[in-house]
Ligand binder design. Sequence first.
Ligand SMILES: [Zn+2]
Length: 84
Amino acid sequence: MRLFTRELACQELVELVTAYFDGSLSRSDRRRFRAHIKECDHCTAYLEQMRLVIEATGRLTEDDLEPDAREDLLAAFRGWKESR
Ligand SMILES: [Zn+2]
């Protein structure tokens, strides 16, 4: 499994997730986003977490992503990468 060589890296996906949910991704980015989600369990789990946040708060903005939480997430992605 070489997930991190794919066209859309996990870190990019993290950056795009709010745009994905508010519908502001371009069509091609959205396609890449979905293609990545389909094959990446980690990002599927992340997206699911974001969905829960939206269900709980009714919205998702950049402000809802705490900088610390984002750092933790990116650290987790790095951890996954190193464990492969
Ligand atoms: Zn991923």
